[in-house]
Design a protein around this ligand. Structure first.
Ligand SMILES: O=P(O)(O)OC[C@H]1O[C@H](OP(=O)(O)OP(=O)(O)O)[C@H](O)[C@@H]1O
Ligand SMILES: Nc1nc2[nH]cnc2c(=O)[nH]1
Ligand SMILES: [Mg+2]
Length: 173
């Protein structure tokens, strides 16, 4: 990528900030939906973004076997090559009969669907859930809570902090 190319975040343009409170509510809503679809043997969080929703969903569904698939692709807001740094453990793979049946994969969001496609190829029979979905990634997930437009960039509470916001009207501050 050359210096002048915009990042995925800049290209997306429309900011969608999510507070801890909102994120917790959305994860609880996801848990309600998943509770009707289970039971699941284990939760698999796609790190790192999937760790927070996975903890909340696991708490709500009473699941105590939690594994990770560690995938890196975005360096802050630029997507590069997908790298699988760690797959599921042999123990979790056995619980899912080798194909992921009865396993619940969780991520914070699906955007282009690249990450989702990768985990689906690893565990084709697992249930894949994300809290937020953009249109390109939506066909990859079985369950999600809120759809946002493709030109939206979601700002998660663990990536943001409180800061001064200038008033909408110029000079009103
Ligand atoms: O649908 P895609 O276009 O593949 O994008 C979605 C993925 O991008 C983000 O992860 P990221 O690679 O930034 O890593 P992180 O979870 O460690 O922040 C997000 O948490 C999803 O896993
Ligand atoms: N924080 C964040 N990470 C992403 N990775 C891919 N899309 C997004 C997004 O909208 N927000
Ligand atoms: Mg991620």
């Amino acid at each position: 990528m050359t210096q002048s190319e915009p990042t995925e975040q800049k290209r997306a343009g429309r900011p969608f900030p999510v507070s801890w409170d909102q994120f917790h509510r959305d994860c609880r809503a996801l848990s309600w939906r998943l509770n009707e679809l289970g039971p699941f043997h284990a939760v698999i969080a796609i790190t790192r973004g999937g760790l927070v929703p996975a903890a909340i969903v696991a708490r709500e569904l009473g699941l105590r076997v939690i594994d990770t698939v560690c995938i890196a692709s975005y360096e802050h807001d630029k997507q590069g090559e997908l790298q699988v740094l760690k797959g599921v453990s042999d123990q979790t793979a056995t619980l899912g009969g080798g194909t992921g049946k009865g396993l619940l994969i969780i991520d914070d969001l699906v955007d282009t669907g690249k990450t989702g496609r990768m985990v689906r190829s690893m565990l084709p029979d697992a249930h894949f859930a994300a809290v937020y979905a953009k249109p390109k990634g939506r066909p990859l997930v079985d369950t999600f809570i809120t759809e946002v437009s493709q030109d939206t960039w979601i700002f998660f509470p663990w990536d943001t902090g409180l800061s001064f916001q200038p008033p909408l009207k110029d000079g009103a501050g």
